[in-house]
Design a protein around this ligand. Structure first.
Ligand SMILES: Cc1cc2nc3c(=O)[nH]c(=O)nc-3n(C[C@H](O)[C@H](O)[C@H](O)COP(=O)(O)O)c2cc1C
Length: 388
């Protein structure tokens, strides 16, 4: 019991307990501006007792935003982010910045910029993505280095590099999305080159007093995609490179299989309601295929994550469907250093304090996933809105 709620090291940091709030895009940065709402979101999570809150998806470049309502790491956004990390620190928690480039997941129309990908393809929004060239790869690597150092200057304690969900670096890893014949495609070593180069650049950008982690896909959950065996090899390469303090293990594809990330009910109706009328009929046709359903199970990524635990010696963070205090104990018993939790903490931002005080063992989240479509207008738990 006590181990969960005792301080533990993560690279150069000491976290006050073993629970990290996983990124949930907050939908609180209209046109990329850090708002009081975004600061309040993280203050509340920090006050609820977790050790570290992750600010979701800060883009390293304008074309790497998911859409135009996404913060770009720059001197313009730094003061607002500083306010946010101050608020988190005042509440006794640490702050992580999830940084990334959305690549083929980016909404080109909203960004008014062509989306980049390993290879040219049709994106789900109907736009054609452009294959990023050598100059682009070098520039984006620099963007990561610079973006990470802006995050450090804004007071973040940790950087989480997004290497999952078929965002740009994850798309490079995928044999299905990466059809290149140059040194960035083909063998695993080639497909992994961009992500490894970025991990080195981010470490260079922040030095040794900031923790650097990566959120890595164990499996894309898509035929022909990045799979567990290769992902373990990739994780071994990252471990040998020595730039990262921990890996958070995830899976799924925001491009073609989002429910693999979440499990539980697919919020098709609620998602359709967020689309412009013209796109709704198209969604009615393909939505069922896009939103496949997977039954929810407590700790649904534990099985594949155990294989990573057995193959690696670096710290690992277990994620995915953690809703019970006993699961956190189990994760630590099985050699994971921390757990990351998203939906359970949207439902009950103070769940960690409640667990520490001996409150109910099971969180109240019912994995209805109706929080997912709220990311466009202020991310929140819909159930909490109605039930309290
Ligand atoms: C509303 C919502 C928004 C999310 N946004 C992000 C995001 O911006 N970046 C990311 O890596 N994961 C995102 N996720 C995924 C979570 O970080 C986490 O990987 C997933 O929900 C599984 O953890 P859980 O079972 O504890 O919720 C989001 C999840 C939800 C529910």
């Amino acid at each position: 019991m006590s181990e969960v709620f005792e301080p533990a090291p993560l690279g150069p940091l000491v976290l006050r307990n073993r629970i990290i709030k996983s990124a949930t895009f907050e939908g609180a940065a209209p046109n990329g501006e850090v708002t009081d709402e975004l600061v309040a979101f993280h203050r509340q999570v920090a006050e609820g007792g977790c050790a570290m809150t992750t600010v979701a998806y800060l883009a390293v470049a304008p074309e790497g935003r998911t859409d135009r309502h996404c913060v770009v790491l720059s001197e313009d956004s730094r003061p607002g982010l500083n306010r946010l990390t101050d608020a988190v620190h005042e509440a006794g928690a640490l702050a992580a910045a999830q940084i990334g480039h959305a690549g083929p997941v980016a909404n080109a129309r909203s960004n008014r910029a062509t989306s980049l990908a390993p290879s040219r393809r049709l994106s789900p929004t109907g736009a054609i993505t452009q294959a990023v060239d050598e100059v682009g790869i070098a520039r984006i690597t620099d963007d990561y280095r610079r973006g990470a150092s802006v995050a450090k200057a804004a007071g973040f304690d940790a950087i989480e590099i997004h290497l999952g969900h078929n965002y740009l670096l994850s798309a490079f890893l995928s044999p299905r999305l990466n059809r290149r014949r140059d040194r960035w495609g083909g063998s695993l070593e080639n497909r992994a080159r961009f992500a490894r180069q970025v991990a080195a650049a981010v470490r260079e950008g922040v030095g040794s007093d900031v923790a650097v982690t990566a959120k890595v896909n164990m499996s894309d959950g898509v035929p022909g995609g990045f799979e567990v065996e290769e992902s373990i090899e990739f994780a071994r390469l990252l471990e040998a490179d020595g730039h990262l303090d921990a890996l958070t293990l995830t899976g799924g594809s925001s491009l073609s299989n989002p429910m693999y990330l979440f499990r539980g009910d697919a919020p098709r109706k609620e998602f359709a309601a967020t689309l412009p009328a013209a796109q709704r009929w198209g969604f009615a046709v393909v939505g069922g295929r896009f939103f496949k359903e997977y039954p929810f199970e407590e700790a649904y990524f534990l099985e594949p994550a155990r294989r990573f635990r057995a193959a690696l010696s670096m710290p690992l963070i277990l994620l995915g469907g953690i809703n019970r205090r006993s699961t956190v104990h189990q994760a630590l018993d099985e050699g994971f250093s921390f757990v990351a939790m998203a939906r359970a903490l949207l439902r009950q931002p103070d769940l960690v304090n409640s667990w520490a005080a001996g409150g109910a063992e099971q969180g109240a989240c019912i994995h209805c996933n109706r929080c997912m479509p709220t990311i466009y207008r202020g991310t929140r738990c819909v159930e909490r809105d109605s039930v309290g």
